[in-house]
Structure formats: C-alpha cells, structure tokens
Design a binder for this molecule. Sequence first.
Ligand code: HEM
Ligand code: NAG
Ligand code: NAG
Ligand code: NAG
Ligand code: NAG
Ligand code: NAG
Ligand code: NAG
Length: 272
Amino acid sequence: MKSASALALLSFVSVAVAFSEPAGHEFQAPGPDDQRSPCPGLNALANHGYLPRNGQNITIPQLPLLLLTLSASAVGLNFDWGVLLLAAKQGLMTSTDKSSETMMSLEPLVLHDLIEHDASLSRSDYQNGTGDALHFNETIYSVMANSNPGSDYYNTTSTAQVMYQRLQYSIATNPTLINTEKEITGRAGTAALALTSMGNATTGVAPKKFVDILFREERLPFLEGWKPSPVLITLDLVGPLVEAMVAGSNWTATQSCEPIVNGPGNSVDTAA
Ligand code: HEM
Ligand SMILES: *[C@@H]1O[C@H](CO)[C@@H](O)[C@H](O)[C@H]1NC(C)=O
Ligand SMILES: *[C@@H]1O[C@H](CO)[C@@H](O)[C@H](O)[C@H]1NC(C)=O
Ligand SMILES: *[C@@H]1O[C@H](CO)[C@@H](O)[C@H](O)[C@H]1NC(C)=O
Ligand SMILES: *[C@@H]1O[C@H](CO)[C@@H](O)[C@H](O)[C@H]1NC(C)=O
Ligand SMILES: *[C@@H]1O[C@H](CO)[C@@H](O)[C@H](O)[C@H]1NC(C)=O
Ligand SMILES: *[C@@H]1O[C@H](CO)[C@@H](O)[C@H](O)[C@H]1NC(C)=O
C-alpha cells in the first residue's frame, strides 16, 4: 500500500517534470552511412533531423531556413543568419564535387585550415594527418569539462581559461600547430556558439549539463529542459562574448596571416 502510493507519487513527479523532444525531431544517433562533422552544432542538428540525417548535400538556403525560421516555432537554434554566414560560405568551399558545389556535406568540413583549426575544445589537432580532428575526444574535452569548478555553468571567463590551456597543450605537443588570428577568431567564435546556443545568449552563461550533452552526445538537451534561446542570437550579442574570450585567453599569435576578406563586413580581423 505504502510503497504503491509512493510509486504513484514518484510517477506523478516524473510526469510533472518531464520534457519532450519536438515531434519529428527526436534524437537518433547517426547510422553507418550517415556523415558527421567536426562541429557538434551541425551534428546535433542532423541527429535531430533539422539537417538531413544523412549529413549530405546540404544547401545554403537550407541553413537559414532551418536555423532561422525554425526558431520562430521554438525548435532548432535561434541564430541570426549573420552569425552563420561566414561559416556557411566557408563550408561550401569544402565541397569537392563539381555537381554539388552549391551544397555542403558534413564530413568534408574537417578540411584542415579552412574552418577546422588546431586547439579545438573537443577535437584533437590534425597534426599533419596523424590526429583525429573529426570525432569528439573526451581527453581533449576534459579541460572544458573540469573548468569553472564549484559552479554548474560555464561562462566566458572559464571558457577563455580552457582556450588558454588547450593552446598550451597544442604548443607543447603539435609541431605543425597553426595559430594565427584566423584560428583565434574561429576558436572564440565557436566557443561563443556553444555558450549562446546552450545558455543565456546575452551573458554567455551556459549550464554545464547542456553544453556537455551538446559536445558529448551531439544532442540538443530538450529532455533535460533546454529550450532554444528566446532571443535571436545576433552578431551584436556574440561579438562582445568573442572579444571577452580572446582577451581572457591571453592569446598571442605564433604565426601571422593576412586579413581574410570573405565578403562585406566579414573580414576575420573584426575580433582583434
Ligand atoms: C553554417 C553553419 C556551420 C558550419 C559550416 C560549422 C562548421 C564548423 C566546423 C568546420 C567546426 C570545426 C572547427 C574546429 O576545428 O574546432 C566547427 C566547430 C564548432 N561549431 Fe560549428 N558550424 C556551423 C554552425 C554551428 C552552430 C549553429 C553551432 C551551435 C551550437 C556550432 C557550434 C560549434 C562548436 C561549439 C564548435 C567547436 C568545437 C570544438 O572546439 O571542439 N556550429 N563548426
Ligand atoms: C549528393 O549529391 C551528389 C552530386 O549531385 C550525388 O552524387 C549524391 O548521390 C548525393 N548524395 C545523396 C545522399 O543524396
Ligand atoms: C607531413 O606529412 C608528409 C607526408 O606524410 C611528410 O612528407 C612531411 O614531412 C610531414 N610534415 C611535417 C611537418 O611533419
Ligand atoms: C584523444 O586525445 C588524447 C590527448 O591528445 C590522445 O592521446 C588520444 O590518442 C586521442 N584519442 C583518439 C581516439 O584520437
Ligand atoms: C564566471 O564564473 C566564475 C565562477 O562563478 C566567476 O568568478 C566569474 O566572474 C564569471 N565570469 C563572468 C564573465 O561572469
Ligand atoms: C592572463 O594574464 C593575466 C595577467 O598576467 C593573469 O591574471 C590571468 O590569469 C591570465 N589568464 C590565463 C587564462 O592564463
Ligand atoms: C540572461 O541574463 C540577463 C542578465 O542576467 C537577464 O536579464 C536575462 O533575463 C537572461 N535571459 C534569459 C533568457 O534567461
């Protein structure tokens, strides 16, 4: 009797706190023929069917449609197109297929030095082809996972410290390290994507639980209570977070690069 009512209470409680995944966008791990990328964000979107689950032949119009208009119905990630424009343009450049040069597939995004860079938060360095820059690596990610001890969130201060430590590790272990302004911009920019998509897009404060699920499982943590940002994630919001992380990581270049102009207002040296 007693235990039956306790059970009833328990199931009531679990119903009361249950969150669900949007219908048609349930998480499903990739199958053997599905492609995934070095990007936990795109992989998660494909794992939820917001991008083709096979990870192939993604058109540029699909990206704003998926990432922007879906946000209106409160699914997907609430990013303004401007934040993703540069990555999308560069993503197209990884295509090698003449007949599909207006599309991108996920695995070719691993092309070293286009978007993929050294000293990532969750992937090994390319190391002249000997390192796995494509798949999640828990040892690499442990620096992030152990950061901001005593708090249940990551923020720009703790993530900048992780960026500093990751670069020191790459300097010590990777003789082919590339570390220019292009890389620090990409590193801080992608870190900002993780914090803003999983947490408060204004402050860059993000629950560890959500960020860890994004990286480790490439899953949007709907079931744990995550919701897409209620505010559109714009360059105006992301810019100061990127600057705070570049400054907080005490970054200096080991090589220099010419400014790269990817289009109006999209020079990579905007974060310097
Ligand atoms: C057009 C859209 C996008 C493209 C082409 C793209 C591509 C990439 C690529 C190639 C990387 C690897 C960089 C590296 O070496 O670490 C990367 C990293 C990353 N991306 Fe994306 N991405 C896109 C959108 C997003 C979105 C919407 C999110 C939101 C969660 C996201 C989150 C991340 C994060 C957190 C990393 C860092 C991974 C790490 O440091 O280990 N990306 N992205
Ligand atoms: C992707 O596009 C290429 C070129 O058009 C085509 O050969 C390939 O079959 C397509 N892949 C899928 C999974 O649709
Ligand atoms: C990179 O690999 C190529 C071929 O595998 C080799 O010839 C070259 O010496 C390597 N470079 C470095 C810096 O290790
Ligand atoms: C993961 O990263 C660690 C630390 O750099 C490395 O020793 C290990 O070989 C990597 N694992 C894989 C599967 O690449
Ligand atoms: C990040 O969190 C730590 C620990 O609570 C705190 O000391 C630091 O000031 C925070 N940084 C920002 C930018 O809020
Ligand atoms: C950056 O340098 C400042 C001043 O030397 C220091 O207080 C801070 O701890 C350093 N940050 C990192 C991540 O090393
Ligand atoms: C984000 O943090 C700011 C400042 O603390 C707060 O005003 C705002 O309501 C927060 N946004 C969300 C969605 O929690």
